[in-house]
Ligand binder design. Structure first.
Ligand code: AMP
Ligand code: MG
Length: 426
């Protein structure tokens, strides 16, 4: 296992006092191990899970050549090119009821969409292009079809033996349908990642408790709970841990013993970090970073161990917005990678900001924005209001994060900025 200092030595621009978001992400990508264990689950339970091995098609999809239209199947070579053709109807082919006979030259078969192409026929003329004579023959005007028209070929979607889906795929509704179309009832998926989390701070109270003067309710465990559930991991809520070394050590040990990753919030900022650092370092290798980002300056990252069980540790800042932003910037990708998911970058919108923004080059900033369509039909984004890192309401009001990159300076109203939308279709 690579030691943290060796990872750092191989990364350009590694500076614990001012670490860029990109460098921190590159470090974390090298730190996290993959959970290899797979399990088999019923198809309906596989939504949002990571595919553990390739799904190889045992059949051609479609299994047979079939019709893409309601109409008449024929042999293109029977048709005269420049005069109307009259064909007699030999029978019917319906979806699920193939036409079994053979079709003599100059004849056609009434066929419905999805029905298997009768033996020897290669083309379908849509019903709206033909006329039916009183004697039941079909009349095609000249030139309405070319050979092969409206015929779907066997294996056109997927060939037998081809990988329909690759290991590492985060399964979405279309994938469930695709797996079903191959006839599989169960799916090999990576076992869910176990992620323990707790809040630190003597000032914190849990919902339902009385609030003494100077105290506040713990909200971070609820945002974390929501973000973890959305990622498809198994969250383990360990509650609030007081700011003393013995309690923190006990909580971290328990977490390392039962989880693949541990997320804490609070206790890593300057002034509070000392006892946290002492405890975390006692249990493993943990680095304390000052990130070049806003919100979310302090971050502890590393590995801890107890009784032979290891876990990756993310010590997030305490401020509620900083918790969410650092989760999305670092923890999300790390947990997906640990789950074996193939890396993919989130799509960004370009939107014109309606608000000017002060921005210092040399750090990445995440502002909370409300994206909408402007009168001109283009995307625009407005700030939610005050952007303090303790103002959780700014996340709740927002529908996207405005990402101002590291080197960016001040932004004028009307300039385009990158926005990470919160919502996706699937
Ligand atoms: P800390 O990083 O522990 O110094 O916390 C920074 C700020 O975030 C302080 O004002 C804390 O009261 C607040 N904070 C820390 N943890 C939580 C939490 N779980 N829920 C809400 N606010 C918190
Ligand atoms: Mg604290």
């Amino acid at each position: 296992m690579t030691r943290l200092h060796d990872i750092a030595a191989h990364i350009d621009g590694y500076d614990t006092e001012s670490l860029s978001v990109a460098v921190a992400q590159a470090f974390i990508a090298q730190l996290v191990p993959r959970v290899g264990e797979a399990e088999s689950v019923p198809l309906k339970s596989a939504l949002g899970r990571v595919l553990a091995s390739d799904i190889v098609s045992p059949i051609n999809v479609p299994a047979h050549d079939n019709s893409a239209m309601d109409g008449y199947a024929l042999r293109a070579s029977d048709l005269a090119a420049d005069v109307p053709n009259h064909l007699r109807v030999a029978g019917k082919a319906l979806a699920g009821q193939p036409f079994a006979g053979s079709v003599a030259a100059g004849m056609c078969v009434r066929i419905m969409t999805g029905a298997v192409m009768p033996q020897g026929l290669d083309t379908v003329v849509p019903q709206e292009l033909v006329q039916l004579a009183d004697d039941g023959t079909v009349m095609l005007p000249a030139g309405v079809v070319r050979a092969g028209d409206n015929r779907r070929l066997a294996g056109e979607d997927l060939r037998c033996g081809e990988a329909a889906l690759q290991a590492g795929r985060l399964l979405r509704p279309a994938d469930l349908g695709l797996i079903a179309s191959l006839g599989f009832a169960d799916v090999p998926v990576v076992r869910p990642l176990r992620v323990a989390f707790f809040s630190t701070g003597n000032e914190l109270r849990s919902v339902g408790q009385a609030l003494e003067p100077g105290c506040l309710y713990d909200s971070n465990r609820y945002t974390l709970w929501g973000m973890l559930l959305r990622l498809g991991v198994e969250p383990i809520d360990m509650g609030i841990v007081p700011d003393d070394a013995a309690s923190l050590e006990a909580a971290l040990r328990l977490a390392a013993e039962c989880a693949d990753a541990v997320i804490t919030s609070g206790g890593v900022s300057v002034g509070e970090a000392d006892h946290t650092r002492a405890v975390m370092e006692k249990l493993g290798e943990v680095l304390f970073w000052k990130l070049a980002m806003r919100p979310g300056r302090p971050l502890a990252v590393g590995r801890i161990e107890s009784r032979g069980h290891q876990a990756i540790l993310f010590g997030l800042p305490g401020n509620p917005v900083a918790v969410m932003v650092t989760f999305y910037a670092f923890v999300r990708d790390a947990l997906l990678a640990m789950s074996g998911a193939t890396a993919s970058s989130l799509p960004m919108l370009r939107a014109a900001t309606t608000t000017a923004m002060r921005k210092r080059p040399g750090r990445t900033e995440y502002q909370r924005g409300i994206v909408s369509r402007g009168a001109d039909g283009r995307w625009q984004v407005a700030l939610t209001g005050s952007q303090g890192s303790g103002i959780l309401r700014s996340m709740s009001l927002a529908n996207g994060l405005i990402v101002l990159p590291h080197d960016q300076g001040n932004v004028e109203a009307g300039e385009d900025v990158d926005v990470l939308p919160f919502d996706g279709l699937v």
